[in-house]
Design a protein around this ligand. Structure first.
Ligand code: 5GP
Length: 226
């Protein structure tokens, strides 16, 4: 059996041979300061048929983050109970906190006829790609270390110590870029959102995601005896 179906059958979403639309899953990763959140927000604004996967986390809300929008904030205890109950499609520990993708997201996307966007780290991307080999992975990079540093300072959210740690973490994360299908160097926001939209559009017409639309066309030809 195709592992795409095997992976999603666990959540009861797709079954081999059914004429279901195949949900496209877009995984976006980037070191902090690369502009990922802005780009993801721009992409979602442009494309109403994308569903953002709101992760679960044990970290505290920051700034103007709102529960249920940026993240679902839960305790470590609750997170560990959910791990035991297999309620995550993937999860990882990042900067001392747990982050995880709820396993209901694929079913929700299928029910709403949407494709999914996940903003997750490199560990999560690796786990998910193993479970969903057809997931599309995109890595976003700042154009250089200096520009990343400028951007981290410009958003003036972090102390000097945190900025230095983020730069070290970025150096580490960037080494994983070669596990991704696409690499987007974020020079200018508008242009990068255009590129992300182009990736989404192109991936949607991959043959495996078109079967449900192609079949009725083929049937219409079969119905006529030539
Ligand atoms: P932040 O705390 O800055 O919002 O996120 C820290 C890191 O955790 C980012 O790299 C972000 O992509 C990642 N992250 C957010 N949600 C998830 C998730 O559900 N799973 C995994 N593996 N990483 C996540």
């Amino acid at each position: 059996m195709n592992s795409r179906y095997a992976a999603t059958e666990e959540t009861g979403t797709l079954h081999h041979g059914e004429r279901e639309r195949v949900t496209a899953v877009f995984i976006i990763s980037a070191p902090s300061g690369s502009g990922k959140s802005t780009l993801v927000a721009g992409l979602l604004d442009r494309d109403p048929s994308l569903l953002f996967s709101v992760s679960y986390t044990t970290r505290q809300p920051r700034g103007n983050e709102r529960p249920g929008e940026s993240y679902n904030y839960i305790s470590r205890e609750e997170f560990e109970t959910r791990i035991q109950n297999h309620e995550f499609l993937e999860y990882a520990e990042v900067f001392g906190n747990y982050y995880g993708t709820g396993s209901q997201i694929l079913e929700q996307a299928r029910d709403e006829g949407k494709d999914v966007v996940l903003d997750i780290d490199v560990q999560g991307a690796r786990q998910l790609k193993r479970r969903l080999p057809d997931a599309v992975t995109i890595f976003i990079l700042a154009p250089s270390r200096d520009i990343l540093e400028q951007r981290l300072r410009a958003r003036s959210e972090d102390s000097e110590e945190v900025i230095q740690r983020r730069l070290r973490d970025a150096a580490e994360e960037i080494r994983n870029y070669d596990q991704y299908d696409y690499v987007l160097i974020n020079h200018r926001v508008e242009q990068s959102v255009d590129t992300l939209s182009a990736i989404v559009k192109a991936e949607r017409i991959r043959r495996i995601r078109m079967e449900d639309q192609v079949r009725p066309i083929l049937d219409s030809f079969r119905a006529r005896a030539y």
